[in-house]
Design a protein around this ligand. Structure first.
Ligand code: FAD
Length: 280
């Protein structure tokens, strides 16, 4: 059976979900399909910039993001025991003069919630298979748990991420290049409340390390690691990178990180590596 829509959105990451909200707001006929059974639980992208908040405001969805966000208003550059710079982040021409730290799984949950409040829903376990285009529209074959169907759409929007099947179907090249470096990323909890409004950048000869405050009790640590260090650095490796690169000094990042690592949190509460980014 063939159904017909104005816009067919492939992929329910942040881009597809935002587009679905915009289609709903404009009372278009639309569908959004996602191959996974549910939204991702990974924290991935954190920083929502002021202009994005302004766009969320125009779309009528900014309030829950402001509620969920940890607000960052300054960046400190700290190395070898010295604060080289303390840069306020306060753009004057926006109602949102801060970086809003919102983990991507929260962003996606809020966008799904906004979509539901507009009467829409993501169709999970539904994959884009193929498409053929004529002068008036596009016929798309979808697969839902092994059953295929065809959708006729005026527009098909590939929001299906870095390895986009839609892009491959169109024969479009991937423009750009992967990063040369390998990154270590850890989301770490502490039992102690820490200053939550300052991002710390720690330049180092082996590569930079950055500490993002996700809340007063949670930090994201990102650092480059040598190629060949493996896919998932151990906690020991994280410690050694921190010990080498994070600055010493009472007000520096190491002081905070020592607090994080000496924290008597339950075993397994600190996770390192690209493979384990789940929030709890
Ligand atoms: C650890 C980590 C940290 C990151 N940190 C940052 C950061 O700090 N800042 C930043 O800007 N970005 C960051 N990113 C990248 C960010 O997560 C992506 O840029 C973002 O998810 C892209 O959103 P998207 O909606 O375009 O695609 P995606 O989030 O990739 O969503 C695409 C969706 O399409 C679905 N899909 C794929 N193929 C099909 C198909 N054939 N049929 C149906 N559905 C399909 C996928 O299942 C997926 O849910 C990070 C990523 C990771 C992994």
């Amino acid at each position: 059976m063939t159904s017909s829509v104005d816009v067919l959105i492939i992929g329910a990451g942040p881009v597809g979900l935002f587009l679905a909200n915009e289609c709903a707001r404009r009372s278009l006929r639309w569908r959004i399909v996602e191959q996974r059974p549910r939204q991702s639980e990974h924290s991935k992208a954190l920083a929502v910039m002021p202009r994005t908040l302004e766009i969320f405001d125009m779309a009528g969805i900014v309030a829950p993001f402001l509620e969920a966000a940890n607000r960052v208003t300054s960046v400190a550059v700290v190395t070898h025991g010295h604060r080289l710079a303390q840069i306020p982040f306060a753009p004057p021409d926006t109602p949102y003069p801060f970086v809003a730290m919102v983990p991507q799984d929260v962003t996606e949950a809020l966008l799904v919630q906004a979509l539901r409040s507009r009467g829409g829903a993501v169709e999970y376990e539904t994959s884009f298979v193929s498409a053929s285009q004529d002068d008036a529209g596009v016929d798309v074959v979808l697969d839902h748990r092994g059953t295929q169907s065809t959708v006729r759409a005026a527009f098909v929007v590939g929001c299906d991420g870095a390895h986009s099947a839609v892009r491959h179907e169109l024969g479009l090249p991937f423009e750009g290049a992967p990063y040369d470096a390998t990154f270590m990323l850890a989301d770490i909890d502490t039992n102690d409340a820490l200053r939550g409004d300052e991002l710390q950048l720690c330049p180092h000869e082996d590569g930079p390390l950055a500490i993002f405050p996700m809340s007063s009790r949670r930090r994201r640590i990102v650092a480059t690691v040598r190629k060949g260090d493996g896919d998932a650095p151990t906690l020991e490796h994280v410690r050694s990178v921190l010990a080498q690169r994070a600055p010493q000094g009472p007000r520096g990042a190491v002081a905070e990180l020592e607090q994080l690592f000496s924290d008597p949190a339950p075993a397994g509460s600190a996770h390192a590596g690209r493979a384990d980014l789940r929030r709890r």
